[in-house]
Ligand binder design. Structure first.
Ligand SMILES: Nc1nc2c(ncn2[C@@H]2O[C@H](COP(=O)(O)OP(=O)(O)O)[C@@H](O)[C@H]2O)c(=O)[nH]1
Ligand SMILES: [Mg+2]
Length: 327
């Protein structure tokens, strides 16, 4: 009996211990679950806060987009109000044998800002220079010089590549010495006179050129190889090229022929080229006030012989010259 009671007590004790352990585990699990729930709640709160920020940002961005759309519409309307731009291009071709200074000269007188690259399939490098902007009714006419710089060796080849192109000005560049010459080189001068012999000139000044070309300029470059006063240098250079000048002057009834002596490297007479081409090629209604000011300045600095053609008066167009050069 006693033994049985003891056994029963032992069982009861074991049961109590077991239940106590189970109770502990359950409370621990409940506490863990509570902590996890709290953590999840915190995470949830953080996410809600983030969502709120994102929604606010989204609203702001939608506001910006609306604003930008309005701005685009406004700019578009402004553009519509502006006058349209059309272009008139005048082509000037620079010719001469290698290393006479054609590229140096083009970069100096035309001061081109745009290099159009090589004309497809030819040896002609093209540059562009805006000369003026004139407002006519509600259209702005942009007048542009396109300068073609012949990079080939023999002049006659140039003619082959020019067929079909309308030229407004021709700049023939000859020099007094080769690439690194320190003095005048008569043999080189003879070679160049030979390149532009009457037969070649005849080839060049065909009916098409005569019809479209407003001026032909012979530029005797590298005047720095001669010494003396500017007048003496000019005389000497012209003397050395007398046969070519005489051959060119045979065309003076059909074409405007002009001879300049200068130096591309030193900027002698180079600015005269711009004024000359403007004066000869650009129609008088195409001058804007900025160009006119530049021309007046150039002509006041030029030697007396150059001041032959009268300039148009300011505001010859019905519209005031509101727009000037873009560059
Ligand atoms: N002494 C002198 N050399 C010049 C003058 N202009 C150009 N040159 C030189 O002549 C060489 C050829 O010039 P470049 O413009 O490339 O000639 P291009 O082949 O006709 O285009 C270069 O070495 C230039 O420095 C000048 O006015 N005087
Ligand atoms: Mg060149």
């Amino acid at each position: 009996m006693l033994i049985a009671s003891c056994i029963l007590l032992a069982f009861a004790l074991c049961g109590l211990v077991f239940m106590g352990a189970r109770y502990r585990r359950t409370t621990e699990a409940a506490s863990d679950a509570r902590k996890r729930a709290e953590a999840l709640e915190n995470e949830n709160r953080a996410l809600v806060a983030k969502l709120h920020v994102a929604v606010e940002e989204d609203k702001k961005k939608v506001g910006w987009l609306d604003h930008q759309e309005q701005e685009i519409l406004w700019l578009r309307a402004e553009l519509e109000k502006r006058p349209k731009i059309t272009r008139k291009t005048y082509k000037i071709l620079t010719l001469g044998v290698k290393a006479t200074g054609k590229t140096s000269l083009t970069l100096k007188w035309a001061n081109p800002l745009i290099d159009l690259g090589v004309l497809a399939g030819t040896k002609i490098d093209r540059y562009e220079r805006t000369v003026s902007h004139v407002l006519q009714k509600d259209v702005v006419m942009e007048h542009v010089f396109e300068v073609g710089d012949w990079g080939g060796e023999h002049i006659v080849d140039a003619q082959q590549e020019l067929i079909g192109d309308e030229i407004h000005g021709l700049l023939i560049v000859v020099d007094l010495g080769g690439k690194d010459a320190k003095k005048v080189e008569p043999a080189r001068i003879q070679e160049q006179i030979q390149e532009f012999q009457p037969q070649a000139l005849k080839f060049f000044f065909g009916p098409k050129t005569v019809a479209s070309c407003k001026t032909v300029v012979l530029f005797i470059n590298k005047s720095d190889l001669l010494s003396g006063t500017p007048l003496e240098v000019e005389e000497q250079a012209k003397k050395l090229y007398t046969p070519l000048i005489e051959n060119l002057l045979k065309y003076s009834m059909q074409l405007d022929i002009r001879v300049f002596v200068g130096s591309a490297n030193y900027g002698h007479s180079t600015h005269l080229l711009f004024s000359h081409f403007v004066e000869r090629i650009l129609p008088k209604h195409a001058y804007d006030s900025q160009l006119l000011q530049r021309m007046v300045k150039d002509f006041s600095e030029a030697p007396k012989a150059e001041k032959t053609v009268p300039l148009p008066a300011l505001n010859t167009t019905s519209e005031p010259p509101k727009l000037s050069r873009v560059n």
